[in-house]
Design a protein around this ligand. Structure first.
Ligand SMILES: O=C(O)[C@H](O)COP(=O)(O)O
Length: 231
């Protein structure tokens, strides 16, 4: 059987990963370590003979830059790149910008863990008058009000990522194109939950590392088989 390999990758470490702040839809840059992670990922992909016809990423700079660093190393900056809000990180609501450790003085460790890793729990919402609301950001101008999040559970994220996977990414793979998807911890958790049929209780245990390419293998009829971090 000829396996089809698709690369999924979370962006390299961002400045707010480094300072331990909730990020979500806030647009922060890669840290120095994040840039290095992206470059190392590019070299690893090159060493393992990967090449791409098409790339997918989010509307957020940390993912876009990660992809650019990879494509630069592969000498493939010329391939089409499709950027979409559906691949954005989960919207972290009113938590965006707050320090993940410091909020332990306000919320219990268990509550924070539920917001960060459960499927159904939604972090406290943003007020739409808040300057962090994505409705004020020009890049989301084409979104309807009901598509602009004020906070998202992983389920909400899943409900935008999976239709995008089925309707946009999958047809490109069916068309025999080699693809890479550079996205975020929670948009990729949603995608792997779907592909691996992980139940709502077990998804709490899935974490995705920054800057590490994941090889996802599919059968020639596009049945999900397994995945592993590229070494
Ligand atoms: O948005 C964020 O803060 C991170 O990219 C992912 O955060 P998490 O590990 O808390 O889900």
């Amino acid at each position: 059987m000829n396996k089809i390999k698709v690369i999924f990758m979370r962006h390299g470490e961002s400045e707010w990963n480094q300072s331990n702040q909730f990020t979500g839809w806030q647009d922060v840059l890669l840290s120095k370590k994040g840039i290095q992670e992206a470059q190392i990922a590019g070299k690893l992909l090159k060493k393992n003979g990967f090449f791409f016809d098409y790339a997918y990423t989010s509307m957020l700079s940390r993912a876009i830059y990660t992809l650019w660093y990879i494509l630069k190393i592969l000498k493939e900056t010329w391939i089409p790149i499709k950027k979409s809000w559906q691949l954005n990180e989960r919207h972290y609501g009113a938590l965006e910008g707050l320090n993940k450790k410091k909020i332990r003085s306000i919320y219990s460790k268990e509550q924070i863990q539920l917001w960060r890793r459960s499927f159904l729990h939604t972090p406290p919402a943003l007020d739409i008058k808040d300057t962090r609301y994505p409705g004020y950001d020009r890049r989301y101008i084409t979104l309807n009000k009901n598509e602009l999040p004020v906070s998202e559970s992983l389920e909400n994220t899943y409900n935008r990522v999976i239709p995008y996977w089925k309707n946009v990414i999958l047809p490109t793979i069916k068309d025999k194109k080699k693809i890479i998807v550079v996205a975020h911890g929670n948009s990729l958790r949603a995608l792997i939950k779907y592909l691996n049929n992980i139940n709502n209780d077990n998804i709490i245990n899935l974490n995705i590392s920054t800057g590490a390419p994941i090889v996802y293998e599919f059968s020639d009829t596009l049945c999900p088989l397994n995945y592993y971090y590229l070494k």
